[in-house]
Ligand binder design. Structure first.
Ligand code: GLU
Length: 299
C-alpha cells in the first residue's frame, strides 16, 4: 500500500487515558484527524490503557465527549487495549518461537552492574540501555520480563527511517536503547508491544503523533519486522511546550482543555501545527478550512 493511497488510508489517535485531554493531546488528535481527512481516509480511536496503575477507568467517556465537542468523531468503535492482553501474549509467543524474543531475569541493579563492568555509559534519557545479558539464558533465576532481540531477523547496526515532517532519521537501537521489554512477568505488556500489535490489527497505514514519540519509532519498526507486519508511514508533529519550555503533559500539570469554545481550542492546536488563523462561522466550516490548510496533504 503506498502512503499516498487514498482509499486505504487508516489513521488513529491513541491517547493513554491517564487524564482528560489537554492542549498537547488535542494537537495530536487534530493532526491525526486532519491527515486522515486530507487523504480521504478513516480515523480511529484507540485507548492505550495497558498501564493499569496509571490509567483511570471512566476516562474513555470524557475523552470521547471532548473529541465530539471538537467535531472529531471516530469512524469505528474505539479499541481498548486493556481487553487485548491475550493478543499481545500471542504475539510474544510468536516472537519467542522465532527466537526474536527472550526471557530476562535482570533487576535494575543487575543491569547497572553489567553496564559498569563493561564501562558503558548506561543511561539514555534516564533509561538503562540493556546490554543483552539474558540473551545467553536466565539459568535458574526467576523471569522478570521478556525482551525483543534488537538484532531480530538479522538486523544489525543503524536503523534508517523517513518521517514525513522530520525527514530522514536514524537510530542504532542495540547501542542506544538495547533489547527492550515487551512484557513484564506480572502479565502486563509494554506500550511498544501493544502499539505495534494494535496498529497492525487495526490496519493503520499512517501514524501521526507528537514528536516526543519519534524516538520510539525505530523500536516499533524493528518489532514490526520481527512480527512480519507492515510499517506505516510516520509523521511526528511539533510539540506543544509549556511556558517554561517543558513538554506539555499531565505530569507537568497541563490543565484539562477548556472546551466552552471548541473553535478557540482547535485554533490553538492548529497554530501549534503551523496552520494560520482559519475562518469558519461554524465548527464544521472551521474543520473544513483546516483540512484545506493542512500542509501534509497528499501530492
Ligand atoms: N498512548 C501514547 C500517548 O498517549 C501515544 C501512542 C502513539 O501514538 O503511538 O502518549
Amino acid at each position: 500500500m503506498s502512503p499516498g493511497s487514498r482509499s486505504h488510508y487508516r489513521g488513529r489517535f491513541a491517547p493513554s487515558p491517564t487524564g482528560p485531554l489537554h492542549a498537547g493531546s488535542l494537537v495530536a488528535a487534530l493532526a491525526s484527524w486532519l491527515d486522515a481527512r486530507a487523504h480521504g481516509g478513516r480515523w480511529l480511536l484507540r485507548l492505550e490503557d495497558v498501564d493499569r496503575e496509571r490509567c483511570r477507568p471512566g476516562l474513555e467517556h470524557v475523552i470521547l465527549e471532548q473529541l465530539a465537542r471538537c467535531g472529531l468523531h471516530p469512524d469505528e468503535p474505539p479499541l481498548r487495549q486493556s481487553v487485548r492482553e491475550p493478543l499481545y501474549a500471542q504475539a510474544l509467543e510468536r516472537l519467542l518461537a522465532a527466537g526474536h524474543a527472550y526471557p530476562c531475569a535482570c533487576t535494575r541493579k543487575d543491569i547497572d552492574a553489567a553496564l559498569a563492568a563493561r564501562g558503558i555509559a548506561h543511561r539514555r534519557s534516564g533509561e538503562r540501555v540493556y546490554p543483552g545479558t539474558c540473551r545467553a539464558g536466565v539459568g535458574d533465576r526467576g523471569i522478570r520480563s521478556w525482551r525483543l532481540r534488537t538484532d531480530a531477523g538479522g538486523h544489525a547496526g543503524v536503523l534508517h527511517w523517513v518521517d514525513r515532517r522530520l525527514g530522514p532519521q536514524q537510530q542504532d537501537v542495540t547501542h542506544e536503547v538495547g533489547d527492550f521489554v515487551l512484557r513484564r512477568a506480572d502479565g502486563q505488556s509494554t506500550y511498544q508491544l501493544a502499539v505495534v500489535v494494535d496498529d497492525a490489527a487495526q490496519g493503520i497505514s499512517h501514524i501521526v503523533r507528537g514528536e516526543d514519540l519519534a524516538d520510539n519509532t525505530p523500536r516499533q519498526i524493528l518489532l514490526q519486522r520481527a512480527l512480519g507486519v507492515a510499517t506505516p508511514a510516520y509523521l511526528h508533529t511539533p510539540l506543544v511546550r509549556a511556558a517554561d519550555g517543558q513538554k506539555l503533559s499531565k505530569q507537568t500539570g497541563a490543565q484539562a482543555l477548556d472546551l466552552r469554545d471548541p473553535r478557540a481550542a482547535l485554533q490553538g492546536a492548529a497554530e501549534a501545527l503551523g496552520l494560520p488563523v482559519l475562518p469558519g462561522p461554524t465548527l464544521a466550516d472551521w474543520l473544513a478550512a483546516a483540512v484545506q490548510a493542512w500542509p501534509w496533504r497528499p501530492a
